[in-house]
Write a protein of this length. Structure first.
Length: 325
């Protein structure tokens, strides 16, 4: 894909602009060959590489998925920019603190897919499209991306695909349009392929906005999974949440979904999989988190201890780690 013009924001970078997220991932991998390996997990609909990095001691020597593993994915939904920024800051933090995190990097793999929907994400940096959610599937085939287009990447997974008309939609103009069939979208197949190939113990799939910490099941109201006690031990509860001010809950308690990532990762691959719904950044900001370095850094720092708890728990998920004790 051709490079975009610089966005002009203080914090936010598109995927494909010079110095954007894709360039940053390549630079990070190039400068940290001892612990970082870069790869493409597949192409987006528009042909962009969906980049992933693996961070672990001996990253380029050891086969992928050898150690217990955690995936930090973000921005399936194009407009949820804070998700990518928190993911990137977590990646940069881990690298900057590799000495302190030596034990974790020796024993586990940390994976990052900061932009799971790069076409949609780049589209939200173009004028008038800041609130686009889905991928760039031209559903009506008119050669333009308009209201009737796009598939929701978080409704397109095979698990419970089209379970009902409430948890996803058959109408292309809906923001929860599930697509023509299970894994019809290349972005879904890229993520599913990675989930299957690595068999992660853990996944944090960052979205906005909450603040919430959601875990399976999402497809039915109040259906707990057999792993509910582990989810609760790591996530905490309303009185003592793992991220200050965030509400831990089953996904379906927010609203039901079918074909979503958490349920698919958990049901198909046994991955303990959360959706942190990050803060909006100000009252009424919604999906438009402010372009404010201090607020963005604060959101990252607030989420850091939980993110590390999850990775530490990957070593032995039946003995969950919660920094609050
Ligand atoms: O609807 C979604 O895909 C997620 N919310 S968002 O506002 N970021 O679009 C929530 C998915 C979590 N799962 C369930 N609520 N079941
Ligand atoms: Zn989302």
């Amino acid at each position: 894909a051709k490079a975009q013009a610089a966005s002009g924001y203080t914090v936010w970078k598109s995927y494909s602009e010079t110095g954007g997220i894709a360039d940053q991932l390549k630079a990070i991998a190039g400068a940290n060959k001892d612990i970082v390996k870069l790869q493409s997990i597949g192409k987006s609909l528009k042909g962009q590489d969906i980049l992933a990095v693996k961070v672990t001691t001996g990253a380029r020597l050891l086969p992928d998925g050898l150690k217990p593993s955690t995936l930090y994915s973000a921005t399936q939904h194009a407009r949820e920019w804070i998700a990518t920024e928190v993911d990137m800051r977590l990646l940069k933090y881990v690298i900057a603190n590799k000495a302190a995190l030596k034990d974790l990097l020796n024993k586990t793999e940390l994976w990052f897919v900061p932009v799971a929907n790069p076409d949609g994400y780049d589209f939200t940096f173009t004028e008038g499209n800041r609130l686009w959610r889905k991928n760039l599937r031209d559903v009506d085939g008119d050669g333009k991306i308009t209201i009737g287009d796009g598939v929701d990447p978080n409704r397109n997974f095979p698990t419970n695909f089209h379970y009902d008309e409430e948890g996803s939609s058959s109408i292309p103009s809906s923001d929860t349009y599930r697509g023509a069939g299970p894994a019809s979208e290349p972005e879904t197949r890229a993520m599913d392929g990675l989930l299957r190939r690595i068999g992660f113990e853990m996944q944090l799939n960052y979205h906005s906005y909450g603040p919430l910490l959601l875990y399976p099941s999402g497809f039915q109201i109040a259906t707990e999974t057999a792993d509910n006690p582990i989810y609760e031990a790591i996530t905490g509860n309303d009185a003592k949440p793992a991220v200050p001010g965030f509400d831990p809950d089953l996904g379906a308690e927010l609203y039901t979904t079918n074909g979503d990532t958490n349920d698919h990762a958990h049901r198909q691959y046994g991955t303990l999989s959360w959706t942190p719904e990050l803060d909006e950044g100000c009252d009424g900001c919604g999906f438009v988190f402010p372009d404010d370095e201090a607020l963005v850094q604060g959101e990252f720092e607030k989420n850091l201890p939980f993110a590390l708890d999850v990775a530490k728990s990957a070593v032995n998920p039946v003995e969950p780690v919660n920094h609050l004790g």
